[in-house]
Design a protein around this ligand. Structure first.
Ligand code: NAI
Length: 251
């Protein structure tokens, strides 16, 4: 097992990529804290992990909230005594509007959930990792953080920020044996991708997949496997990097 005796805190664990990562990490021996703003969904992920013989507990957390970010880190350390892996995955797509029509509240919320959250959770988790002299942080950015997309004034900007804050944190904390990396997924089959297709007036989400060299969308499990690599010792020399896992979309 690749994550035996490791403790992993996973945000957005109630759906899509977060749920897949929580289940894979638990199957690889990690003790998991599954947090999500959707409490029932987080509970379901934890229930499934425990039913499979893994160990997990769930919390309702809004990752954009300072109090909640502090609470999820404290609860994890309280329950398991350590924190080895922070998987910042929670995110929202926001509204599809062009910049001049984008609502100010909508902009703030996307920045809050997709970027401020990553700052907050690292701010609260890093002191514990420093104490332990090691840890792995994985931030889920997006191809949208590398290339501009119409309607992406908030989303693309937040995800570009995730890529940069990953580099800053990697540089600042490498001396404590803490690695910080991010994954930039392309189209992944999750409820978010279905919502994006619907917002764009696309009836069949498969239309989105045709732009990929590989010719299909990825699965949440395919991203979780990259997360597993980054979380564990196999990635001992990887830090500050962005892993573009997009089926060739950016080619
Ligand atoms: P999803 O919508 O299936 O899952 C996101 C989860 O985050 C949901 O369970 C949701 O309740 C939770 N969440 C939303 N706001 C939250 C908050 N304030 N606090 C805590 N939890 C919150 O979406 P998916 O696809 O699994 O997304 C995961 C990450 O991957 C996101 O950061 C997304 O931006 C990113 N991504 C997704 C792509 C895709 O094609 N699906 C492509 C590139 C990046």
């Amino acid at each position: 097992m690749k994550l035996a005796n490791k403790v992993a805190l996973i945000t957005g664990a109630g759906s899509g990529q977060g749920a897949a990562a929580a289940k894979l990490f638990a199957a690889e021996g990690a003790l998991v804290t599954a947090v999500d703003i959707n409490e029932a969904a987080a509970n379901e992920t934890a229930k499934q992990i425990n039913a499979q013989g893994g160990i997990a507990f769930a919390m309702r957390i809004d990752v954009a909230s300072e109090q909640d970010a502090e609470k999820m880190v404290a609860a994890t350390i309280d329950r398991y005594g350590q924190l080895d892996i922070l998987y910042n995955n929670a995110g929202i797509e926001g509204e599809p509007n062009y910049l001049s029509n984008f609502s100010i509240a909508g902009f703030d919320r996307v920045i809050g959930v997709n970027l401020r959250s990553v700052f907050l959770s690292m701010k609260f988790a890093l002191p514990q990792m420093i104490k332990q002299r090691g840890g792995s942080v994985i931030n889920i950015a997006s191809v949208g953080g590398v290339n501009a997309q119409k309607g992406g004034a908030a989303y693309c900007t937040a995800k570009a920020g995730v890529i940069m804050i990953t580099k800053v944190a990697a540089l600042e904390y490498a001396r404590y044996n803490i690695r910080v990396n991010c994954i930039c997924p392309g189209f992944i089959q999750t409820p978010m991708m279905e919502r994006i297709a619907a917002m764009s007036g696309i009836k069949d989400p498969k239309v989105l997949e045709r732009g990929n060299a590989i010719g299909r969308a990825g699965t949440p499990e395919e991203i979780a496997k990259v997360g597993l690599f980054l979380a564990g010792d196999d990635a001992s020399f990887a830090s500050g990097a962005s892993f573009l896992i997009d089926g060739g979309l950016m080619l």
